[in-house]
Write a protein that binds this ligand. Structure first.
Ligand SMILES: Nc1nc2c(ncn2[C@@H]2O[C@H](COP(=O)(O)OP(=O)(O)OP(=O)(O)O)[C@@H](O)[C@H]2O)c(=O)[nH]1
Ligand SMILES: [Mg+2]
Length: 433
């Protein structure tokens, strides 16, 4: 099966300036001959050619020919850059698949072959998909840094000394008389543990960046929360009405703030004496407020002081930003930030304030994802148990824990990758990637 030649449309569905058909495998050159008879392309150089199906010219295209192993997958690869006409691309796809030994590719199959052929390591294959999925500039940069091998290098800085330590301890096991050597392994163990902790902390920071911040809009009923939410999201997601208590459920959307992905939540307005369903909605508001990184209190003109005091008390000062709403109705002057969801005034200033607030907790952009964080945690825990074993237990126990740490790290790095892990990863890919 691995020797089948695969073909896919590599560009997004729909009409576009350019459409790319990608072919990988031993029959790639034959597919090219089928679609562009008589063409002898130079490797890795764009060549203009006619594309022919059943004797009729159907397009002019640029051909890229990458003989293996110097290609994305490590196999022979052909890319055909045609005009981005969906019907044409379908035609070429099925024409290519009629060539013997050629079939349609599964999602992520090109990248999977790249991984199996050693053209990419696991952290980079993951970076490819994270880059395609990136919603914000920060995520683009983090994925690109991983694609450059940034994470692989960091992990290798721990892998090498850990490997040496593990070998040393195995040696002690083979020659148990040299009991002193256990003592001499202590500094190396401390060094590995410190490094593992640093990597774990930085992975934690970057996972937070990838999750982005949680910003919750709240305030009295009819304050204009949903109108402001729609303005920030850029579409009419939330119902807006002059009737107080319009929003019942908390509503979420992604927005980009200062280059970072932020989850923005619109909530049911808070007031006394709400009926049952509305009260349930208010309970959700309070739940969202408990989880919020930043809570934006939107105060409409003329809100009574006691109501305002109650709303402020819902969230502690450090997480709260207070904004006066319906600024288009207010005269000039007045203290603090004023916004209008209706005409958009003050919205840029609000985004700037949010960006400052969020910057406090997001920390460095980092490189790692959830999977790396979980793996690094296991590494650190095994090393802590190894250090515990240094005082009291046997060399066997210590060597066992160090070897556990080593294989947990190898798993993060993709040196020991199970088939199930690969299947799970490549399920997330799109076809043609
Ligand atoms: N003049 C003015 N009117 C606004 C503004 N924002 C909202 N409104 C009006 O105020 C009313 C309530 O707006 P919503 O956005 O539904 O208010 P809300 O805070 O979500 O209200 P609830 O969901 O009921 O708590 C609607 O009639 C809006 O048209 C604004 O910035 N300026
Ligand atoms: Mg609302």
């Amino acid at each position: 099966m691995e020797h089948a030649t695969i073909v896919a449309i590599a560009t997004a569905p729909g009409r576009g300036a350019i459409g790319v058909i990608r072919v990988s495998g031993p029959r790639a050159r034959a597919v090219l001959e089928h679609l562009a008879p008589g063409l002898t392309p130079a490797p890795r150089v764009a060549t203009l050619t006619r594309v022919v199906v059943n004797g009729a010219v159907v397009d002019q295209a640029l051909v890229l020919w990458f003989p293996g192993p110097r290609s994305y997958t490590g196999e022979d690869v052909v890319e055909l850059h045609t005009h981005g006409a969906p019907r044409l691309l379908q035609l070429l796809l099925h024409e290519a698949a009629r060539e013997p030994g050629v079939r349609l590719a599964e999602p992520g199959e090109f990248t999977r072959r790249a991984l199996l052929n050693g053209r990419l390591d696991l952290t980079r294959a993951e970076a490819v998909i994270d880059l395609v999925d990136a919603r914000s500039l920060v995520e683009v940069r983090a994925a690109a840094a991983r694609l450059e091998g940034g994470l692989a290098r960091l992990l290798d800085e721990l892998y090498q000394p850990l490997l040496a330590l593990s070998a040393e301890l195995e040696g002690v096991l083979d020659f148990p008389d040299d009991a002193d050597d256990v003592e001499s392994a202590a500094p190396a163990l401390e060094g590995c543990l410190a490094l593992a902790r640093r990597l774990e902390l930085s992975a934690e920071a970057s996972t937070r960046v990838r999750q982005g911040g949680l910003v919750v809009l709240y305030g009295p009923v009819n304050a204009g929360k949903s109108t402001l939410f729609n303005r920030l999201v850029g579409s009419a997601r939330a119902l807006v009405d002059e009737e107080p208590g319009t929003t019942r459920d908390a509503l979420e959307a992604f927005v980009e703030v200062g280059g970072q992905t932020v989850t923005l939540v619109d909530t049911a307005g808070l007031r006394d004496g709400a009926a049952r369903v509305e009260a349930l909605g208010m309970e959700r508001t309070r739940q969202a407020l408990r989880e919020a990184d930043v809570a934006v209190l939107l105060v409409p003109p003329g809100a009574p002081a006691d109501v305002l005091a109650g709303l402020r008390a819902e969230v502690e000062d450090s997480r709260r930003v207070e904004v006066r709403g319906k600024a288009d109705l207010l005269g000039a002057g007045g203290a603090g930030l004023a916004v209008s969801g209706l005409d958009g005034r003050g919205v840029d200033e609000l985004l700037e304030v949010l960006r400052g607030k969020l910057g406090d907790f997001t920390g460095d952009a980092g490189l790692a994802g959830e999977r790396h964080l979980a793996g690094l945690r296991s590494v650190r825990e095994a090393l802590e148990r190894a250090r515990g074993a240094l005082e009291g237990s046997t060399v066997e126990v210590m060597a066992g824990e160090v070897s556990l740490a080593l294989s947990a790290l190898a798993e993060v790095m993709g040196r020991e990758v199970s088939r199930a892990r690969l299947d799970a990863l490549f399920e997330r890919f799109c076809i043609g990637k």
